[in-house]
Design a protein around this ligand. Sequence first.
Ligand SMILES: NC(=O)c1ccc[n+]([C@@H]2O[C@H](COP(=O)([O-])OP(=O)(O)OC[C@H]3O[C@@H](n4cnc5c(N)ncnc54)[C@H](O)[C@@H]3O)[C@@H](O)[C@H]2O)c1
Length: 425
Amino acid sequence: MTLVVPSKTPAPITPGRQALDSALHQLGQAGDHLGLDDGLRLMLATPRRSLTVSVPVRRENGRLDVVQGFRVQHNVSRGPAKGGIRFHPSADLDEVTALAMWMTWKCALVGIPYGGAKGGVAVAPETLTTRELERLTRRYVNEILPLIGPEKDIPAPDVGTDEQTMAWIMDTFSVNAGYSVPGVVTGKPTALGGSLGRAGATSRGVQIVALAALGRSPEGVTVAVQGFGKVGALAAQYLSDAGCTVVAVSDVSGAVHASSGLDIADLRAWVAETGGVRGYRHADALDRDELFELDVDLLVPAALEGVITAANAPRIRARLIVEGANGPTTPEADEILAEHGTTVVPDILANAGGVIVSYLEWVQNMQAYSWSAAEVEMRLRDLMESAYGEVKSLSADRGLTLRQAAHVIGVGRVAEAHQMRGLYP
Ligand SMILES: NC(=O)c1ccc[n+]([C@@H]2O[C@H](COP(=O)([O-])OP(=O)(O)OC[C@H]3O[C@@H](n4cnc5c(N)ncnc54)[C@H](O)[C@@H]3O)[C@@H](O)[C@H]2O)c1
């Protein structure tokens, strides 16, 4: 059964609505497999709390702009809500709801005691000065203040936000509380209680599951990565460090290709200097869309959702796709890839390294204690490898794709929590 939840977004279909439709489709499939009743399906399809806020921001030239912001807590049956905050012009309530839903299943799948949430502000951060960005962040936090807190809902970085954004959030929340509350956000600078290993955690997790799914020596394995931000750049770096040959990467500025392999450290330095991969001198320029069709072994989408569709899936030659991004593959594309025998390691498993180390950061904050980088990485590796093993074996036992198996496990654990807690009143 595919669940249909009324949308606040009118036609035409937006990218956010497509993401929410995909998330509901995946939930519907898992619900069928688990035999969930309609009432429970409706509970799981419906966010517990959704807040839309207007965020006024004073620009440097004195003009006042007002942008929309959102915070959605999809489910809190297993613990406090957890999920990133995105600053991107296409952020809307549907997109944020889909991303929050995926967070719920992801936390349950990797066995950490959180529910799912997400936040977004419909703004292009690169068009704002640092001071404008700080004012916008603080005002947005002030608007969503009633929802967040270390025991209620803990934000983290996502597209367009970073450690600095988290520092402003932590400060704004703490000033309002009257004392320092490091546990209100994760992905903070280490100077404020951030965890060692958090910055590269999502990418490290991508590397761990990619190597497990390859099932052979990484030497000679060719890789293409879409998106060269926080997740994509370090995923490319860690895969390259492991012995893979990263032949192509793209970002919003363009795409570059070198059949003998890119020097990822050098390319990261180029991006730090120029702002994008475009024009990198030791590689050829490539059309951004061509990256998906390259004859590579491994494809890592690490930008935005809805990029692998029925239109380009038939031309994908990679035998393995590891989803660094959330929701990069539409359900129609998923079917085509499954028919072609392409293995897709789904987002809720592949990019769970970020929320795992966020959880470890929060545990350290709540205990006023810190672990070494090696301890953090060991715990991350343990949780990623055991979740991968569970998904792989359920997929083999029941003839499911890895995405279906991951959803059956994640949705099943949340459904069980609901059933055990019962319904109040
Ligand atoms: N940051 C995290 O810890 C984390 C954790 C789990 C999942 N994710 C997911 O990973 C994805 C990337 O997040 P991030 O934190 O790296 O964001 P980011 O803002 O740091 O990077 C996004 C990258 O995507 C690129 N991009 C945007 N549009 C593109 C296009 N059309 N073609 C090619 N590249 C394009 C940007 O230029 C940038 O390089 C998102 O789906 C996010 O939800 C992030």
